[in-house]
Ligand binder design. Structure first.
Ligand SMILES: NC(=O)c1ccc[n+]([C@@H]2O[C@H](COP(=O)([O-])OP(=O)(O)OC[C@H]3O[C@@H](n4cnc5c(N)ncnc54)[C@H](OP(=O)(O)O)[C@@H]3O)[C@@H](O)[C@H]2O)c1
Length: 411
């Protein structure tokens, strides 16, 4: 075994999404040195099964054992890697020790969390430690929130080129999305609802669009939020609430704050789902809004949450079939307007189901980008967002290797 640290170690290679990520890294980078990587988890037996599933060519893939609750094993893991990419979730339950050890040891880290309340706690507890050690911590490197965060960043770059200024208002509308949830995602969502029940003050914190912005940063302006069915003239379509918007909008605002108001001090951003035109679109928007509201309400009741988790929703380790991943995809539309009324439109698409097939490719490229493109000399330690740390570098990688497109549209 080599004594050189690995460029990237996948922690949680046995998880539903970790297995897809491991296959992606194997197919994309192989094992001959393009990216020096290894797979880690708490069970060597399970890790060996994952390695076997990759075929004979993967027999040299190195496996490392570590437990999310065993600090000594996490320290050893950090000594062996420049970047740790973690899929061990729900992060609010298992993620903190690894973030702390990475922050203390200067090890770079990225993950797939969309648990805003947990990210906020991590930022407040460990940002100074990460700044001192040089560890770059990058949450949200999956469907939430790479397409939104990089989509807005890319649109703003184009706006500055075309109009000499950024758009003050940007909207993202989900035109189509084919895919479903895994047990790990469901467990993370149900855990947020459980935390809110135990600590009602969290509800207010989660409702704040600036909740993960650095303290004292920038101006706070009233943000739009699609809560019910409404007609959106910019898209000539009815729109309904989008379940991921409460995560993505927070990340986009943190990016703006970390980039010193690059999108302007009055920047407004919101997300929703397009449901079509006319009466059909209106009915679909009403049904989507009501369905989401009913699910959230039901899941906030402890016994209903337990029953849903036991009998209806996927369990940890379960998720969409390979066929469903391959048939999946997403198409997101962005509309930006400058203070002077100039308009830019953009589309971001992905070629696999958003939550797993596509997410694993985004996460793999985020880890490779952190290891190979973002030098410690140029970029300091701390808690970054994908767009603030990776910028155009990851857009190039995603377009070349992850099946994403970022495309300006005619008006
Ligand atoms: N942002 C996005 O777009 C996005 C998309 C998909 C998933 N996610 C998130 O990603 C996470 C993973 O989802 P998933 O469905 O893949 O989860 P999953 O299949 O339930 O897997 C959970 C993983 O955590 C590991 N684990 C649990 N306790 C551990 C411990 N003490 N030490 C080490 N490992 C431990 C499990 O190991 P064993 O196999 O040994 O049990 C397993 O590998 C979730 O938090 C989910 O919300 C986010």
């Amino acid at each position: 075994m080599t004594t050189q640290p690995y460029d990237v170690v996948v922690f949680g290679a046995t998880s539903f999404v970790g297995q897809i990520l491991t296959r992606y890294l194997f197919e994309e980078f192989g094992l001959d040195g393009k990216l020096h990587w290894a797979a880690a988890g708490r069970s060597l037996t399970k890790l060996k099964k994952v390695r076997e599933s990759l075929g004979k060519g993967a027999s040299k893939l190195q496996l490392l054992q570590a437990d999310a609750g065993d600090e000594a094993s996490l320290r050893k893991l950090c000594q062996s890697a420049r970047v740790i990419v973690s899929t061990v979730g729900p992060y609010a339950l298992y993620g903190e020790p690894l973030v702390r050890v990475c922050a203390e040891t200067g090890t770079d880290y990225c993950d797939l969390t969309g648990e805003v309340q947990w990210m906020r706690r991590m930022i407040h507890k460990y940002e100074k430690t990460a700044q001192a050690s040089g560890a770059r911590i990058v949450h949200n490197c999956g469907f939430d929130s790479i397409p939104s965060d990089l989509g807005v960043h890319h649109l703003q770059q184009q706006a500055k080129e075309s109009f000499g200024q950024p758009c003050t208002t940007v909207k993202m509308r989900v035109r189509s999305m084919r895919g479903s949830f895994s047990g790990g995602t469901v467990a993370s969502l149900l855990n947020v609802l459980k935390e809110v029940k135990a600590n009602p003050a969290l509800r207010k914190e989660l409702a704040d669009p600036y909740s993960i912005c650095p303290r004292g940063s920038g101006k706070r302006v009233r943000q739009a939020n699609v809560r019910f069915a409404e007609y959106d003239p910019d898209f000539n379509a009815w729109v309904a609430p989008f379940v991921m918007s409460a995560i993505n909008t927070r990340v986009v605002h943190r990016t703006n704050a970390l980039l010193h108001d690059a999108y302007g001090p009055e920047f407004r951003y919101d997300e929703a789902m397009m449901t079509g035109r006319g009466l059909r679109g209106r009915l679909a928007a009403t049904a989507t809004g009501a369905g989401l509201g009913a699910f959230m309400l039901a899941s906030s009741i402890g016994t209903v949450r337990t029953l849903l988790a036991k009998y209806v929703l996927p369990s940890p380790g379960e998720g969409p079939s390979l066929e469903a991943q391959l048939k999946g995809g997403f198409d997101l539309r962005f509309h930006g307007r400058t203070q002077q009324g100039e308009v830019l439109r953009m589309r971001v698409t992905g070629d696999r189901d958003p939550g797993y097939g596509s997410t694993a490719k985004m996460l793999g490229q985020a880890a490779a980008c952190l290891a190979n493109d973002i030098s410690k000399k140029n970029v300091a330690g701390g808690f970054w967002t994908p767009a603030a740390i990776f910028g155009d570098r990851i857009v190039e990688r995603l377009q070349a290797h992850s099946g994403l497109t970022f495309e300006l549209l005619d008006k």
